[in-house]
Design a protein. Structure first.
Ligand SMILES: NC(=O)c1ccc[n+]([C@@H]2O[C@H](COP(=O)([O-])OP(=O)(O)OC[C@H]3O[C@@H](n4cnc5c(N)ncnc54)[C@H](OP(=O)(O)O)[C@@H]3O)[C@@H](O)[C@H]2O)c1
Length: 335
């Protein structure tokens, strides 16, 4: 049996449950390829899956991380069009198994087996580290901003948690679309980075109430129009939900793709009818979105925000840093 190094956990809990050790290297089926992982990145859902706090059925032992890029190392006997050495950034949702890092083992390992149908070729100029940032967080942000929120030039867009993976990408895409961006973050050093990335206004949520800050700067929304913001991007949930409704101008759009701080928040539906608000869900992305993102990085329209590049041994400490909200953008692991 061939072996490989991987980060994995055998029971749910905190980051102390993660260890790095030798485990069996996956064997590939006829329609799969074996990929030598060059880079993988952390996402906001990784700590939730580790804790076991979602309804998803996670196989144990579990190798975390769904986003990755690498080089094809071995090709299954029925696979056509793909060769050893090809650079790929696979779509990490595997048919009948689900998302890598959630219900299917992930990429914090030297090798990963995936069906050839999931492969996406990387443009020459995109690095493995850049590509590994793109699928889950950037894919979700692309679909949410362009397909679901349908942002247009001049839209005033409030992004809560703009410092995370989905958030930084939403900021970059919003700026490219000509929006006015109000970005929220929880510390000075993060706010400086948000400004450097092009945010027109920033709100420090550790010092200011974001709802009051929006009303102060843009006026309180009026039934007759005016005041507030056109779009709120919110994946935090919890006590930010009703406050977000109260930031929206008449006919505004609230976009949600997650609930980091709680999925069953207090509701106040009066705002939804009184201001004729649109509450819009956004879930995941599709392979063409991932191709589009790779092309955007290749021609310089998008720059993945990499907080740090770390070895496999630092997977647990990096996840802890994410839990501690001490990350801007993405942490990349290079197994
Ligand atoms: N439905 C989908 O398809 C989909 C896809 C991707 C992600 N998601 C969801 O979207 C959310 C964000 O994902 P991500 O990968 O961007 O996460 P991330 O990189 O960890 O970013 C989350 C950001 O939220 C902010 N935040 C505010 N309140 C928080 C709290 N109570 N706890 C933790 N963070 C808080 C933090 O910024 P500050 O500290 O600066 O406030 C942090 O930077 C997650 O809930 C994830 O599950 C959903």
């Amino acid at each position: 049996m061939q072996m490989m190094r991987a980060a994995f956990y055998e029971e749910h809990g905190g980051t102390d449950k993660i260890r790095v050790d030798e485990i069996a290297r996956p064997e590939i089926a006829r329609d799969e390829v074996l990929i030598r992982v060059k880079a993988a990145s952390l996402n906001g859902f990784d700590p939730m899956i580790l804790e076991g706090s979602t309804d998803l059925k996670t196989p144990l032992p579990m190798i975390p991380l769904g986003d990755f890029a690498g080089e094809i190392h071995e090709v299954g006997s029925s696979v056509r069009r793909w060769n050893i050495g090809d650079r790929v950034c696979p779509f990490p949702f595997i048919a009948s198994q689900g998302m890598m890092g959630e219900t299917r083992t992930g990429a914090a390992a030297e090798y990963v087996a995936v069906p050839a149908v999931n492969l996406i070729r990387m443009p020459e100029t995109v690095t493995y580290e850049q590509a590994a940032c793109l699928p889950i967080a950037y894919g979700t942000a692309l679909r949410m901003m362009y397909d679901r929120a349908n942002v247009k030039p001049g839209d005033r867009v409030l992004i809560l948690g703009a410092t995370g993976g989905v958030g930084v990408c939403a900021l970059e895409l919003g700026k490219s679309a000509g929006c006015e961006i109000i970005a929220c973050g929880s510390s000075d050093w993060k706010l400086n980075k948000l400004k450097a990335l092009g945010a027109d206004h920033v709100i420090d949520t550790s010092k200011e109430d974001f709802e009051e800050a929006v009303h102060e700067r843009f006026g309180k929304p009026s039934f007759f129009g005016g005041g507030g913001v056109d779009v709120v991007i919110i994946y935090i949930g919890g006590d930010t939900w009703v406050k977000s409704l109260r930031c929206l101008t008449k006919n505004g759009r609230l976009l949600t793709c997650g609930a980091t701080a709680g999925f069953s928040p207090e509701e106040d539906i009066r705002y939804i009818w009184s201001f004729e608000l649109n509450v819009i869900g956004s879930n995941g992305w599709l392979p063409p979105d991932q191709v589009r993102l790779l092309d955007m990085v290749a021609d310089g329209r998008l720059t993945p925000q990499i907080h740090a590049i770390r070895p496999l041994e630092e997977t647990a400490s990096s996840l802890q840093q994410l839990i501690d909200r001490d990350v801007f953008g993405k942490i990349v692991i290079t197994p």
